[in-house]
Write a new protein. Sequence first.
Length: 119
Amino acid sequence: MRRPLLLLAGIAAGALALPAPALAGYDSAHCYNINSTGCTTTSIPAETPGHWLNYSVDAGPICSADWKVVDAGNGVTVGNGHVSRNGHAGSWIGGLYGSYYLRIYNSCPGSEGTISNFD
């Protein structure tokens, strides 16, 4: 009877050593401006249950950049701003329930941005 108990103990110990599965719902999207037309990320859902997104925008070394976070479902801008040359803007936007994308425009090559629904 000892062998089955040892076998079960070994299986249980092995199961504890397995890597944890990735948590569903954690997303980020990034874009990098390679020309003068700007860039747009793919859309991602807002974080739940907190209903927010993080954003981070960096202007390139040549000129400033404008940015906006847009509701992918209805086209409403939920956040926007301006970043000076070589500048950075980053924070979070709350009260969000849909999917959103980040658009960088009026910028030069080298500007980039990220949105995410995790810290």
